[in-house]
Design a protein around this ligand. Structure first.
Ligand SMILES: C[S@@+](CC[C@H](N)C(=O)[O-])C[C@H]1O[C@@H](n2cnc3c(N)ncnc32)[C@H](O)[C@@H]1O
Length: 366
């Protein structure tokens, strides 16, 4: 993510717990929202303080000139995340922060903004770490993985930003074939196509920064116009398959909604049976995992057969399997050439790479 932000001319990008901090003007902020494929949200830091109890918290939040940031007509939501905070109730802390923001508005003009939980105009995030608090305004609004193309839900879809990260980590280049043989709703394929075409992931959605007082609509229109001009039309070799007709129907709808269906060939096939669509290429997949998608025993039977299928039919391919099942390398009986830790929400996962070279990389049994 650091590299992605540096590419958007962010200054001082630095990996910090839970994200990457950076500075820059509004152009960098708008560009980060429009172009980041892997961030979940872009937050603007508006205050930092020390506190010991709810009263300190209230006073620190009220000291900020909120009417300078957004108009009283905007609806508001406050989110609080805390780690080792001395406060007893997060709910009460949230209420106090909300009251402090609203009271500041009332002092300034006699009115308070309304609170709206589901679809607020403005989101205030407070992070309380020990006795230190930081306040942010959310410039993204809805999280950035909501790109606006998902038309159909297949089972257990990946989040769009995680899918984009997996494709990036696979090292796939757009001139290589890419296959997802367990494609479900085609999240990986949509993100790969958008990446290869240079499509801005945020081109079709609204953002939180549009509701802030400092919104520069001329600058935003300029960035959106520039984003439209950058798409290339060269051919792509993207392939998807799945055993489930329902998954393929969802994949078709999603690819069409994202406007990338003409670059992706879909077919109904079992990953254990299908052949490779090209002599060499990159495979990405996330097999079913956990109770919801099949029992442990079923998966324990499936993985060795998957290993055999990759070995027999995909020599010359770099195969990437994303899973929360850390037994995978042992069960698939292939030696990973790389294993990259990733988080799917709170679930620790791995992206395993298996370089399929005819006759090698076989893991010794046991
Ligand atoms: C976790 S989902 C994939 C989700 C997908 N990455 C997405 O983001 O939408 C796993 C998919 O594997 C498919 N599947 C299960 N067994 C299969 C097999 N033997 N061959 C091909 N697909 C299979 C399921 O139908 C399901 O759509």
């Amino acid at each position: 993510m650091k590299e992605e932000l540096e590419g958007l001319r962010a200054q001082g990008a630095q990996v910090v717990p839970g994200g990457v901090s950076f500075s820059g003007g509004w152009e960098v902020c708008y560009a980060a929202n429009l172009w980041s494929r892997i961030a979940s949200r872009t937050l603007w830091r508006v205050g930092q303080f020390e506190y010991g109890n709810e009263n300190d918290l209230y006073a620190a939040v009220r000291a900020i000139d909120w009417p300078d940031y957004f108009r009283v007509e905007r609806t508001l939501r406050v989110n609080v995340t805390a780690q080792k905070s001395p406060l007893k109730s997060l709910e009460f802390a949230t209420l106090r922060i909300k009251d402090a923001v609203c009271d500041r508005f009332r002092d300034a003009g006699g009115r308070r903004p309304d609170v709206e939980r589901a679809n607020p105009d403005v989101r205030v995030h407070a992070f309380l770490e020990g006795a230190r608090g930081t306040l942010y305004l959310d410039t993204s609004g809805e999280p950035l993985f909501k790109r606006g193309w998902r038309a159909a839900q297949a089972e257990a879809p990946l989040r769009e930003n995680l899918a984009a990260g997996i494709v990036m980590l696979s090292g796939w280049r757009p001139d290589e074939p890419l296959l997802d043989p367990m494609c479900g709703g085609a999240t990986l394929l949509v993100e790969a196509a958008a990446m290869a075409r240079g499509r801005a992931p945020g081109a079709r959605r609204a953002f939180g920064f549009e509701k802030l007082a400092v919104f520069d609509s001329a600058l935003w229109e300029k960035l959106k116009r520039e984003a439209q001009g950058s798409s290339s039309e060269a051919d792509l070799g993207l392939y998807g398959s799945d055993t489930e007709p329902r998954a393929l129907a969802a994949a078709r709808r999603n690819l069409a909604a994202a406007g990338v269906e003409r670059w992706v060939q879909l077919e109904q096939a079992d990953v254990l049976e299908r052949s490779a669509p090209a002599l060499a290429g990159v495979m990405v997949m996330n097999p079913p995992y956990g109770e919801r998608m099949g029992s442990e025993e079923e998966l324990a039977r499936f993985y060795p057969r998957l290993g055999d299928a990759l070995k027999k039919k995909f020599a010359g391919w770099r195969c990437h399997v994303f899973t929360a099942d850390l037994r995978l390398p042992k069960l698939i009986r292939l030696e990973p050439s790389a294993r990259k830790p990733l988080w799917n929400g709170a679930l620790e996962c791995r992206l395993y790479e298996f370089e399929m070279v005819a006759g090698s990389r076989r893991r010794k049994p046991g």
